[in-house]
Structures are given as C-alpha cells and as structure tokens.
Design a protein. Sequence first.
Length: 461
Amino acid sequence: MSEKMRTLTEPFKIKVVEPLRVTTEEYRKKVLQEAGYNTFLLHSKDVFIDLLTDSGTGAMSDKQWAGIMVGDESYAGAKSWENLDAVVKELTGMPYVLPTHQGRAAERILYGILGGKGKVFISNTHFDTTRANIEFTGATAIDIINEEAEDTEVDLPFKGNIDIEKLEELIAQYGKENVAAIIITVTNNSSGGQPVSMANVEALRKVCNTHQIPMVIDGCRIAENAYFIKHREKGFENKTCQDIAKQMLRLGDAFVMSAKKDGMVNMGGLLTVKDEELSVKCKNLLIISEGFTTYGGLAGRDMEALAIGLTEVFDEDYLHYRIRSTAYLGEKLRAKGVPVVWPIGGHAVYIDAKKLYSHIPLHEYPGQALVCDLYIKGGIRTAEIGSLMFGKYDEQGKLIPATNELVRLAIPRRVYTQSHIDYVLDIFDDILELKNQKRGYRITYEPPFLRHFTARLEKID
C-alpha cells in the first residue's frame, strides 16, 4: 500500500449493494425474547450490523463471480477441481487434497479416523466445532496456550502460541501412543484471534517428530496469521505473506480449513494430508458422507471461486486493510474504556465481558448479557465466546466456567465500511452508560453438543 495512503481506506470499490433494515429498540427486544435471547436464532432481516461471525459472511470479488460462471459441474474430474487441486497443492505442499462442504466436515472425517475413546487431542485452543467433533468420538480435547497469554491485557506479539513445555508434560502423562494428534490453530480463534509464530510451529514440529505424533494445522485464517509473522517475527519482514504461509503449512502432516474464512468464499472446506494410507481412509469417508473425491461437498462453481479466493487473500493491500480495520475498532473501544483482548487479533475484536460486566456472576453468563445488550441497543449481532459456549457442569450440575468470558465482534471480509464500524463504536457509548443496570441470564434449554447454537435463555429479574 502506498505510503501516501495514511487514511485507512478500503482497497476496493462497491459494485452491488444490499439494503439494511433499520428497526426500533422495542421491536428488537420483542424478537430477541422470541429467539430465547440467543442471537443465533434471530432472523437476519432483523439484524442491522452482523458481527456474529466472519465465517462465510464475506463479499466475493468480481473475479470470483466470473469464475462461478465457468464452473465445471462434471461429477468426476472436473476442470474446476483441477484448478483448485493445483492451487491447494502449491499452497500446502501436501499431495492429497479432499474438498468438503465446510471445515467441520473436514474435522469430522480426520478426527473420526484419528480419535476414539481413550485418545487425546492437544491444541493451543480447540474451537467449538473442533472440540465437538473430537468429543463425539469419545476422545478428550485439551487446550494449552502459554500462561502469560491468559492475561487479556498483556501486550505480546504471539499470544496464540502453544505451550511447548506443557505439551511435553501432557505427552508424558497420557503416553505418546494415546495422543491422537496435536492441533495448532492459526490464528487462535478462541483466545482472541491471536497469531502463532513460525518459531512455535517449528518447535512443535520437533516435538511431533520426537514422539511420532501427527501435527494438524487448522489454518482457516492462515493468511492473516502470515501477515502478523511478516510484521512481528524477525527474519520474515522481506517475505511475502503467501511464502510465509507455504513455509508454515509444509511443517504439518495435515491441514484442515474452513474455506469460509481466508478462502474468501461463502461455503467450502478443505482437508489435505501427506500420508497416503491416511488419505485413503479419509477419501472413503469423504465418498460416504460428502461426495466423490473430486468434488466432495462442493459444486464446480464453488471450487472455482475458492481457487481464486485462496490467491486473492494474500494480496498485501487487502491484508493490510483487513488487519488495520479490525485494529481500528479495537483501539477505539479500548480508548473508550472498554476492556478488550490485547493486542487486537486479525479477524475480530474480543470484549472481556467478565471485566465489563463484573457485577454479573459467571453462572448468569455476563458475555451473553453483553451480546443481548448490543443487539437491543443497536441491532448489532455478536457471539459469546465464554461459559455459554465452553462451560461444563460438575457432577452436582454446577457450572464450571470457561477460562474467559469474551464477546466476539467478528468482521466479515470486504462487507462493511468505516461508517458502519463507527456506528458500532457509538453504540458502545450506550453500553458503558447502562452497564451497571444489567442482569444476567439462565439457560432454559440446551442440547448435548454445541449448545450455544440452539440454546434458549431467559432474563433473570
């Protein structure tokens, strides 16, 4: 980006617009109550600014839409598959590529094969669907980020790193034969979208080699992580983000991706592996559950758009804008006195609801209280990343809270303008004025897995 471009400016122009509906606060209170105070259950037409997730919510480019028109819908061996296969092999360096309809399908296939009762998966932080797919097999998911990174305010360049010392201790505790895989998530979504350093992944590779344990890279935000490495890790400042991503992915034994993030598409996923025997097992499950090996769960037009998106995402101007625009929101919120996870990550700003709503006890879900308040006051939809999502119960049914009570403001790619973000900042002025008047929530219904998607709650009077 030109040094003359000192003002943060979108490196694209708008061709198509979608109208947004403005509603009243009374209306939002009504529909939120009808949705059981769960923003996942709201209708999108009732949302003004949707920061629920950056997964599949981005805008595609003119080249991607053009690619859709030439998508080859042949059942087997389509040209669109050949295009995607070539791009992914070049990026990952892995010979076996399996397309899936989204990332959790790739997780289900891989962890369904590697997992099972008595097995353990260790990660910097498992996200919700990853943990659910692992636990569904009967295996155990364990998170180990560096202890200093658990402080949401400390300013460290790579707070997403896995704790290598703790990892060695866990391998000794469970036995290397029982560790199904070590998963490194880049960037680390659940811990605030924090990046992982190349040095940390290289150290992890050595541990995996020593104990002969497979290393899986969950790289749905691999381009954003590469940007942070380029700007924060010595020795990478003169490398392109694409080359940094290639270097990291070649350290893994498998690569899992929800292409709905840095794939720049609205639907899609990828699973790539190095081992031929494992690839055969994965392909057999792919055919049963997703589709033939050269389309998986995707149409030809989807694969065409994804092949283009995996190239566009490494554009340096785009990545600069992406990271800086997210940081703009986080820095402004922090200046207002809103406690945020610091430094700001790549795809989202995370509010520390435990600090913001310190008067609400953890069993009343302070994060969900903030989620509801943001919707009521401004029609802003966000997601709780705390005890509603990750909390568990002890044998007496008492809540075991999550480590953090966060609210994620995930920024869709190439969707909102600067004025939309400024509107979000204005709504937080209302939140700060009324924060001490808020009460928490109790759960009235929850499913056995991924409860935050469909749980229903009620206000505590």
